[in-house]
Structures are given as structure tokens and as C-alpha cells.
Ligand binder design. Structure first.
Ligand code: 13P
Length: 252
């Protein structure tokens, strides 16, 4: 049985007070209404890490993630936040390789490999993101593109830490556009990702790695997406900023 995970990615939204309010609401609704054993992860801005970790401490099904970490361990890197600093707040996950980081901050495979190493060294778990732009899908090259994103970064991933690895497939053309991949498109890519993971790590390990889908996930499409055999949960942007909508996705 693979773990199921629903992760909220708040991106650069909510000031400190608004973030506490949203986190409190989500934690309350999840505790009251969401059954089952899916884990709920809140990927919040750095300013919220510690406070949200404290709020979530009452519920073992809710964990906190950072949206990024430094490639460096400590020292004179003004404006950076290290994985060790993140872990010291009680956060347990780090998003690595989100398409917005790749695109706007030029993060390439070498950088992402370092960030995964830093995350593991700090005893946290990476949620490693992949996904193709529309131009690549239009050319029918999406499988090759995503395979190379995975091979570039995960070929040196330590086998002893595979139990911590989580993947997220987010087609760039579905992020923030309201245009979700169909359940069939998402399932086909998730199955492909699992064959890439099988080639990298072997069948048994690949079967246990959760693969989340992201890109315009809403309560209204979550049931169908999450029913697919290789979709193990979601990474939710816009819809995670409303507690009721996000809780309904968790219920799905
Ligand atoms: P949306 O759910 O807003 O499309 O964002 C998806 C995403 O990028 C989550 O990381």
C-alpha cells in the first residue's frame, strides 16, 4: 500500500496573520471531517513554518513543508534559508524543483540535486516536482522530457532514503490555468513516471513511492483524479488557499 498525501502549496500568498487563520481553519476541518489515513501537508512560506508546525502538532496526520531550501548548509548566503534551519522549525518536507523555481529562478538539475541532498541531510523528505510545458506536450515529447527531468536529478538519489521520496507531476500548462489534465492524461504520465522509477530503483521501491498530481486540482475534479491507480494524492495551489475547498479535496 502506497501512502496517500494531499499537499497544499500556498506559494507566495498570505501574510502572517492570514496564514495562521487559514492553517487553523484547515487543521480544524481536517480533524473534524476528514476520515481515512491520507497525510495532509501544508507547504507554506518560510514566515509561517514555525507557527503552522505548532498549530499542526495536535494532529499527527498533518505535516508542514517548506517550498524551497538553500543548496548550502550554512554561512554567508544572505537571504537564503538552509534545510537545517527549516527542519529546526519542525517542518518535515521540502518542495524541490517546482516549475516556478525552475523557470523564474533558473534552477537546473545540478541545483535540484544539491537541494535534495540538503533536505535528506536535515532528516526531511523531498517532494520532487516534474512536468512538461505545453510546447513539449504539443510535440508529443512529454514522456521523454519528464524522464530526463527525473534521471537528471534522481540517478544519484541514495537508496537508503527512498522511503522518504515523494514525487509530484505538475504539467506546466495545467498550473494556475484552470485547465486540468484529464484523469487519463494524468494516469498515463504517472504510470510512465513509475516505469522511470522502476528503471532507477527497481520494481519494489518504485511501487512504494507516492506520486502526486498537481495542476488546477479542485474539489470537483479530485475524486476522478485520485481514483486513478498511479495517482497517490495531489499538490494543490490556488484551491488550497480556501479552507473549505481544500478540505473537500482532502475528503476526495
Ligand atoms: P494550481 O493548483 O493553482 O494550478 O497550482 C498547482 C501547483 O503549482 C501546486 O504546486
Amino acid at each position: 500500500m502506497r501512502r496517500r498525501i494531499i499537499a497544499a502549496n500556498w506559494k507566495m500568498n498570505k501574510n502572517y496573520q492570514q496564514g495562521l487563520e487559514l492553517a487553523s481553519e484547515v487543521i480544524q476541518i481536517v480533524a473534524d471531517e476528514v476520515n481515512g489515513n491520507a497525510e495532509v501537508v501544508l507547504a507554506v512560506p518560510f514566515i509561517h513554518l514555525q507557527a503552522v508546525t505548532r498549530l499542526a502538532a495536535s494532529n499527527s496526520r498533518i505535516a508542514v513543508a517548506a517550498q524551497n531550501c538553500s543548496t548550502e548548509t550554512e554561512g554567508a548566503y544572505t537571504g537564503e534559508t538552509s534545510a537545517g534551519q527549516i527542519a529546526s522549525t519542525g517542518a518535515r518536507y521540502v518542495l524541490v524543483g517546482h516549475s516556478e523555481r525552475r523557470e523564474y529562478f533558473n534552477e537546473d538539475g545540478v541545483v535540484l540535486m544539491r537541494k535534495i541532498e540538503q533536505t535528506l541531510q536535515a532528516s526531511m523528505a523531498p517532494i520532487f516536482c516534474c512536468g512538461e510545458p505545453l510546447s513539449i506536450r504539443d510535440q508529443g515529447q512529454e514522456n521523454k522530457f519528464v524522464a530526463s527531468q527525473l534521471n537528471d536529478v534522481l540517478s544519484t538519489y541514495p537508496k537508503a532514503d527512498l522511503h522518504r521520496l515523494v514525487l509530484a507531476y505538475e504539467p506546466i500548462w495545467a498550473i494556475g490555468t484552470g485547465r486540468t489534465a484529464t484523469a487519463a492524461q494524468a494516469q498515463a504520465m504517472h504510470a510512465h513516471i513509475r516505469t522511470v522509477l522502476t528503471d532507477l530503483f527497481g520494481e519494489n521501491a518504485a511501487q512504494l513511492i507516492p506520486i502526486l498530481y498537481g495542476g488546477s486540482v479542485k474539489a470537483s475534479n479530485a475524486v476522478e483524479l485520485f481514483a486513478q491507480p498511479d495517482i497517490d494524492g495531489g499538490l494543490v495551489g490556488g484551491a488550497s488557499l480556501q479552507s473549505r475547498e481544500f478540505a473537500n479535496i482532502c475528503k476526495a
